[in-house]
Write a protein that binds this ligand. Structure first.
Ligand code: SF4
Length: 80
């Protein structure tokens, strides 16, 4: 099963909420209303809340969120 890296650029995110409405399986709101990756997909090594690693089961929804983000703050890239 393919793996994908998903990331939110918080410098760019305006906290509109579209991504976590579109794809709550991968994204959620942080305390400021900006997007972050839900905990189960985050790396326990980096503790980076803006980055996660997902598989095919949720990549379509993550890509929908990326494509509907009004400021292109989300990246989804295939690993390996
Ligand atoms: S859709 Fe884009 S701008 Fe809106 S909360 Fe998500 S990452 Fe931020």
């Amino acid at each position: 099963m393919a793996q994908y890296r998903v990331a939110v650029n918080k410098e760019v995110c305006i906290g509109c909420g579209v991504c976590y409405s579109t794809c709550p399986e991968v994204f959620e709101s942080d305390d400021d209303g900006k997007s972050q990756v839900i905990s189960k997909f985050r790396s326990s090594l980096t503790q980076n809340m803006s980055e996660g690693f997902i598989d095919d089961s949720v990549v379509q929804c993550a890509e929908s969120a990326r494509d509907t983000c009004p400021v292109q703050a989300i990246t989804v890239e295939k690993k390996g």
